[in-house]
Design a protein around this ligand. Structure first.
Ligand code: UDP
Length: 346
């Protein structure tokens, strides 16, 4: 099998590519604007990488869609601060640029595995979000946070419609707060505050000795999923035994790893302080509260809970996540402590 991964240097892309090269005999073709997370892949015989931008290098993409069997367009902006600050950039990249790739899959009859998002459920009142039953609830237009959710939802609907009307073979995946090594680059500059996702934001604060900030008190909850578990699921979806994943949507999350953001902050700080490398950092960072208006701006709105139902992934592909929250946080933190330049010598 030949697979095309656009955004292969991203958090999901690099991890997936490394796993495919390690565990299968598939060929991997990848494009990204950067390649700093692809050390495990470079040099492998079945790996081809080109540095490029999906909005510019359209011919390369079309040629490779034609050439490959499965296409994973993983290029997207997926950080809430960008939804609020640059909603048009989110729409241009996450919706418009990806729509063209979806259409090429239709044109050449290729299988598409597309990243939807847990964010599409928005403020749905359901206790567990169900791929085929839950109502999707978004806030008012002036709350720009929802542009990501709305863009992804519309693409989900377009892909579904291409499946329905034109026979596109597709699977949609909805990751729920995946965490792990290489999640985000740590933010060093205060003006970039909020520009990474919560776990990396907190790790950044711990390493640099700045206060951990709990947005609106940190009572909101998320279910954190270790990246290796997520990749296990994605591999089964790509394998697609007996075509069972065709036309399906899968939540990929760990309902057992639910935590309030406040508990997450205390837990991470404890894990950090128990690591000898933390002695080289600047003391014990405080945990403070901040309003969402101050942290993200007026266009922000949050959801209190986000719990996946994973019944479908369990039943159809026999997948269940294995890594508990403490282990996931420890592995993620260890990675950043190990790779952060100078931290051991300070
Ligand atoms: N959050 C926080 N402090 C931070 C960053 C995020 O309290 O420094 C909160 C944010 O308001 C949200 C949750 O943590 O409720 C998860 O944020 P993340 O950026 O990981 O993305 P989301 O799960 O909302 O897509």
């Amino acid at each position: 099998m030949k697979i095309l991964i656009l955004g292969i240097n991203g958090f999901i892309g690099n991890s997936l590519a490394a796993r495919v090269l390690k565990d299968t005999n598939w060929e991997v073709y990848g494009m990204d604007i950067r390649d700093d997370k692809l050390d495990e892949c470079h040099g492998a015989e079945r790996f081809r990488f080109v540095e490029g931008d999906i909005c510019i290098n359209r011919e390369w993409i079309e040629y490779h869609v034609k050439k490959c069997d499965v296409v994973l367009p993983l290029v997207a902006i997926a950080t809430p601060s960008t939804y609020v600050r640059e909603p048009l950039r989110v729409f241009d990249l996450d919706f418009e640029a990806n729509l063209q790739i979806v259409r090429q899959c239709v044109k050449y009859g290729k299988r598409l595995i597309f990243p939807s998002t847990s964010e599409v459920y928005g403020m749905s009142p359901d206790k567990e979000f169900d791929e085929d039953e839950s109502t999707l609830v978004l806030g008012p237009i002036r709350k720009q946070r929802w542009i990501y959710s709305a863009s992804k939802q519309l693409l989900d609907r377009v892909i579904w419609a291409y499946g329905f009307q034109e026979g596109l073979k597709f699977t949609l995946i909805r990751p729920f707060n995946w965490i792990g090594p290489k999640l985000d680059d740590l933010t060093l500059q205060p003006e970039k505050e909020g520009s990474s996702r919560v776990v990396t934001q907190f790790i950044s604060s711990l390493i640099h000795g700045s206060p951990i900030q709990l947005v609106d008190g940190g009572t909101q909850k998320r279910c954190f999923t270790y990246v290796d578990d997520g990749i296990d699921c994605l591999m089964k979806i790509i394998e697609n035994a007996e075509g069972a994943c065709n036309g399906q949507i899968f939540n990929i999350g760990n309902p057992n790893n639910e935590s309030t953001i406040r508990d997450l902050a205390y837990k991470l700080r404890e894990i950090f302080l128990s690591n000898p490398a933390s002695r080289h950092c600047s003391g014990t960072p405080e945990i403070v509260e901040v309003s969402s208006g101050t942290f993200y701006g007026q266009g922000y709105q949050d959801m209190d809970r986000r719990v996946p139902s994973i019944k479908k992934a369990q039943e159809i592909i026999g997948w269940s996540p294995q890594v508990d929250l403490d282990t996931a946080l420890k592995r993620t933190l260890d990675y950043y402590l190990d790779m952060h330049p100078g931290i051991k010598d300070r």
